[in-house]
Design a protein around this ligand. Structure first.
Ligand code: FAD
Ligand code: NAP
Length: 453
């Protein structure tokens, strides 16, 4: 009988954790080490999901149970491709599953995109979610009117965080420096722009409705963009969820303004952003859009009617993208690891033996946390089918891996360390009646995880 399968999963987001769970369930002898370049597990659940969505973050309870499996280890603070090369990893594992997600902003390719105060949503999200490697500072004092480009759920998160009051956000896990930035905000009006119509919006109903929940925020839908073509009508007939989204938008387009709110969110459909207008200092001075018309099949065409919107900052929420991993092929058009059913493919289209992908790096940056489970199931099915033919690692024990990491001098964190950091953050929230306050500094996180604080 061959030796028990040893697999490395790279990325401790939901896709990686589900892959480890499915593998160890289907193969009762297999063991998995899950590497992450962060000291913490859970990927975008910790550093993407909005702070005012604590219920969604509860999925961590189920993922924690998976991580308690003694055949699954967490190896944090280990950047694969940088701290440890892919080939090096292959000496220790029979297969490697990449679940590295998508963390950066997709580019729009319009003039002015690089202007000061033209921000990628992924950068703003990483700021307010306190990602240890990203911006610690953000300036919300210089813009009263801001644009958010895109009508997906990330655009909703960004618009909501910009519009809610700092004190409404204080019940969440945001650290003091994020609260201070939000408290200093000059924003009064957030303008969201969709290049297509309401029936092409990517919102989900619950998340859309939530935009209107704050007593401090007024949502206004510009009625002139509420247009539908034949394809819109059939899309609405096909999808109950889309129908709910459009019903909410239609209601908002018709209602009278509510009295009092301090901030407004305006949603404009059929306005395609074509240029971020800049001032002499290279800062955002406006957004130019071209009015679109629906062509009947859900696509749009320009009308030649342009509008300049008086905004002083632009947030581009047009989708995330994955990054290439050193020594692995990368599909630069689709911005994913090239793969067939999770089997990573060489540039010639042949499978790269023993290398797999799952989650957003496998299929692109769309879908909810739950969808990464079915992704993982497909990838692991294929891995197990290939397993008898995989060439076996030469160094096969956890001690072998630990010796390599120690020789490299990496400040590796383990799952017990995460539990210590978790307990520390929960305790920091308690005196203030908050569920948690996040630790931001990477070195401090690692110290707390290692009990050296
Ligand atoms: C702003 C935002 C909000 C969202 N909110 C929700 C929500 O409310 N509800 C919902 O269901 N879905 C939400 N989603 C979608 C959800 O986050 C994704 O479906 C899911 O996180 C994708 O999982 P993943 O494991 O593929 O990637 P990720 O969650 O991104 O995990 C990837 C992990 O890989 C690690 N990594 C990357 N490169 C390396 C490397 N080279 N070496 C080692 N480790 C590496 C990263 O540090 C990260 O921990 C949101 C997405 C975004 C962008
Ligand atoms: N609370 C939650 O459940 C939650 C929160 C956040 C994210 N998520 C999930 O995470 C995934 C990613 O969300 P996302 O919002 O990043 O992506 P998304 O749902 O794909 O939305 C992207 C938006 O950007 C627009 N866009 C793309 N390129 C554009 C361009 N060049 N000009 C103008 N607009 C452009 C798209 O319009 P077109 O359709 O016209 O291309 C679309 O409206 C989604 O599955 C989402 O549901 C869930």
């Amino acid at each position: 009988m061959s030796e028990a399968l040893r697999v490395a999963v790279v990325g401790a987001g939901p896709a990686g954790i589900y892959a480890a769970d499915i593998l160890t369930t289907r193969d009762p002898d297999a063991s998995v080490d899950i590497f992450d370049r962060l000291p913490t597990p859970y990927g975008l659940i910790r550093y993407g999901v909005a702070p005012d969505h604590p219920r969604i973050k509860q999925i961590i309870v189920a993922l924690h149970r998976v991580m308690e499996n003694p055949r699954i280890r967490f190896v944090g603070n280990t950047h694969v491709g940088v701290d440890i090369k892919v080939d090096e990893l292959r000496e220790f594992y029979d297969a490697v599953v990449f679940a590295t997600g998508a963390e950066r902003d997709r580019s729009m390719g319009i003039p002015g995109e690089e202007a000061d105060r033209s921000y990628g949503a992924a950068d703003f999200v990483a700021f307010y979610d306190s990602h240890p490697d990203r911006e610690l500072h953000w300036d919300l004092t210089g813009a009263k009117h801001v644009a958010v480009i895109g009508v997906g759920n990330v655009a909703l998160d960004v618009a909501r965080v910009l519009a809610k009051s700092a004190d409404e956000m204080l019940v969440t896990d945001i650290p003091a420096h994020v609260h201070a930035v939000l408290a200093d905000s000059a924003v009064t009006d957030v303008h969201m722009f969709a290049r297509r119509g309401p029936a092409q919006a990517k919102f989900t109903p619950v998340e859309l409705r939530e935009l209107d929940h704050s007593p401090n925020v007024q949502v206004i839908v510009a009625p002139e963009g509420m247009e539908f073509d034949d394809e819109s009508e059939s899309a609405l007939a096909r999808s109950k969820s889309l129908r709910m989204v459009v019903d909410v938008l239609s209601e908002w387009a018709m209602r009278d303004p509510k009295p009092g709110p301090h901030r407004r969110i305006h949603i404009h459909f059929l306005e395609n952003p074509v240029e971020i207008v800049t001032d002499a200092d290279g800062g955002v001075a406006g957004l130019r859009t071209e009015r679109q018309e629906l062509r009947g099949d859900g696509t749009v065409g320009g009308t030649g009617l342009f509008t300049d919107w008086d905004v002083q900052a632009v947030y581009r929420a047009v989708g995330y993208r994955s990054e290439a991993i050193e020594d692995l092929p990368f599909d630069h058009a689709k911005l994913v690891l090239p793969n067939a059913g999770g089997r990573v493919l060489n540039l010639d289209g042949a499978p790269l033996p023993g290398v797999y992908a799952t989650g957003w790096v496998k299929r692109g940056p769309v879908g909810l946390i739950g969808h990464t489970k079915s992704d993982a199931a497909e990838t692991i099915t294929n891995l197990l089918e290939d397993a008898p033919e995989l060439s076996r690692a030469t160094q096969r024990t956890a001690a072998d891996v630990d010796a390599l990491l120690a020789a490299k001098g990496l400040p590796v964190t383990d799952f017990a360390g995460w539990d210590r950091l978790d307990a520390h953050e929960l305790a920091a929230g308690e005196p203030h009646g908050r569920g948690r306050v996040k630790v931001v500094d990477r070195a401090e996180m690692s110290r707390i995880a290692a009990r050296q604080a």
